[in-house]
Design a protein around this ligand. Structure first.
Ligand SMILES: N[C@@H](CCC(=O)N[C@@H](CS)C(=O)NCC(=O)O)C(=O)O
Length: 208
């Protein structure tokens, strides 16, 4: 059985969604936010971050996008992503990497601004720059969604859930909703998805 180390409102959201869509049984372990991490947790997550997925064979992995890609690969019947070799596969990999390497870190810079400056008065500037970086990333995804129902392919994939998770973390959600109407359209659609509704009761990604 899989084991998912997570926390409400974290990047564990998309991994939990992937496991549920794949009907894959998993044990969930809530990792409290603390400056004194459990050394056993650091062994599997050296940066003390969630999500971490432990595979049925006992190996553990971090990195939300990699976890999603692996789960899609291991559960092809669930249609979590375009299959390897499908035309939309390249876009799926591109946007998963883009979201985890360009957008997620910008979100972290906003919420953990003190880590990104040694100037005690510098966090305001870090946060402003983080928002500008997020806005740039969401604008790219807004364009990618033009005239499309889903970010890649013709059906919902983990890329859509990942995007909706990221936009939920935007510190000015009202601005986000009006600035990126295509992203908002996707967000509205996923908000009505039965599983997302269920997950939102614990993750509280958007008002219930
Ligand atoms: N690159 C990692 C980032 C994971 C991450 O930053 N997780 C946040 C929660 S959303 C976390 O655990 N933060 C705690 C910390 O950085 O101290 C991924 O994509 O999984």
């Amino acid at each position: 059985m899989y084991k998912l180390y997570t926390r409400p409102g974290s990047g564990g959201f998309v991994v939990e969604a992937a496991l549920a869509l794949a009907n894959a049984p998993f044990e969930q372990i809530d990792v409290p936010k603390t400056d004194r991490p459990d050394p056993a947790f650091l062994d599997i997550s050296p940066l003390n971050q969630v999500p971490v997925l432990t595979l049925p064979d006992g190996r553990s992995m971090t990195e939300s996008a990699a976890i999603c890609i692996l789960l899609a690969e291991r559960h092809p019947e669930a249609g979590l992503a375009p299959a390897a070799g499908a035309p939309a596969r390249a876009e799926f990999l591109r946007w998963m990497a883009f979201m985890s390497s360009a957008l997620y870190p910008a979100v972290l810079r906003f919420y953990y601004a003190n880590r990104y400056t040694s100037d005690p008065d510098g966090t305001k500037a870090v946060k402003q720059a983080a928002i500008a970086e997020m806005d740039l990333g969401f604008a790219v995804l807004e364009t990618a969604l033009e005239g499309r129902d889903w970010l890649v392919g013709e059906t919902m994939s983990l890329a859509d859930i990942y995007l909706v998770m990221l936009i939920a973390w935007h510190p000015d959600i009202d601005k986000a909703r009006t600035t990126w109407p295509n992203v908002e359209r996707l967000r509205a659609r996923l908000r009505d998805h039965k599983l997302m509704k269920e997950l939102n009761t614990t993750h509280e990604m958007w008002p219930i």
